[in-house]
Write a protein that binds this ligand. Structure first.
Ligand code: NAP
Length: 265
């Protein structure tokens, strides 16, 4: 048979294999975004947070907003720390409407700007006699190439680490005084990759917020300080995250970059 005679059949098989690969790709993405075959969920946990204040950075959208809605429904006073006033006010309205709680407010916070972090902490310390929980949720996956902060730091590292580090340290005494209290650092193993998945399979932010909510409300984990959780359960940190020498170095660099004394605790 000549090449031209076999071409339609060859094209058919190429298209067939391409469709199968595409379907497998979509299933794989959906599986990963949903946290594997079994995604845990903490909606059945009945903990109430009446009279407790929770601070959520980046609470105007995504996982932060869903976390805010859940904790506000449980009676917490929720403060969302956000960089964009208009988006923050829209976020507050939605959180209030969906949670049925009016005890939700926005305070300005730009994590890439250490002055802004200090101002936010001052406002919160002035206004809130008790802080039950700080959720360091805000984060970015990338920034424009070469984009640096006022202090000259890499933008992604400043927003994802130096800003939350400084905020945590500034609020630490109040958190300790409000004990039992919690600090939750939201992280992402393959954030950028999973984001691509979300675009294809639709938003799954409520499910994405479950582990954060779990860490904020689950009674049985109150003594598991410093541990890593995934899919509403204790999980193993990466090898790098378990390296004490690296942790010490990061602590020193973070104190230096944020102007804190490294004996700060
Ligand atoms: N999406 C996922 O699949 C996934 C998976 C695992 C973990 N995570 C982690 O979960 C957290 C939230 O993810 P998400 O998907 O909900 O993200 P998102 O929708 O992109 O929301 C990020 C939030 O951070 C805020 N933010 C960014 N830069 C900031 C800055 N310089 N100062 C103050 N706020 C800033 C954003 O504010 P604007 O609205 O003003 O931009 C927004 O409120 C992130 O830490 C992420 O790494 C995400």
């Amino acid at each position: 048979m000549s090449f031209w005679e076999t071409l339609p059949e060859t094209l058919f098989w190429i298209a067939f294999v391409a469709v199968i690969i595409f379907i497998m790709f979509i299933f794989e993405l959906k599986w990963r975004v949903n946290g594997g075959f079994h995604r845990n969920d903490c909606r059945q946990i009945k903990t109430q947070l009446n009279g407790k204040t929770v601070i959520i950075t980046g609470g105007n959208t995504g996982i932060g907003k869903e976390t805010a809605i859940d904790l506000a429904r449980r009676g917490a006073r929720v403060i969302i720390g956000c960089r964009n006033a208009k988006k923050a006010e829209e976020g507050v309205k939605e959180i209030q409407r969906r949670s049925g709680s009016s005890n939700v407010v926005y305070r300005h916070l730009e994590l890439s700007d250490q002055e802004s972090v200090r101002k936010f902490a001052d406002v919160v310390l002035k206004e809130e006699p008790n802080i039950y929980c700080l959720v360091n949720n805000a984060g970015i996956g990338k920034a424009a190439k070469g984009h640096r902060t006022k202090e000259g730091y890499n933008m992604v590292f400043a927003v994802n680490h130096f800003g939350p580090f400084l905020l945590t340290m500034l609020l630490l005494d109040r958190l300790k005084a409000s004990s039992p209290s919690r600090i939750i650092n939201v992280t992402s193993v393959a954030h950028t990759w999973i984001k691509t998945g979300e675009i294809l399979v639709g938003s799954n932010e409520e499910a994405g917020a479950q582990t954060t909510v779990y860490c904020a409300i689950e009674e049985s984990i109150k003594n598991l300080s410093g541990r890593y959780f995934d899919n509403c359960q204790l999980a193993r940190e990466t090898k790098l995250a378990r390296d004490p020498a690296l942790a010490k170095k990061l602590w020193e660099v973070s104190c230096q970059a944020t102007g804190l004394d490294d004996s700060f605790s």
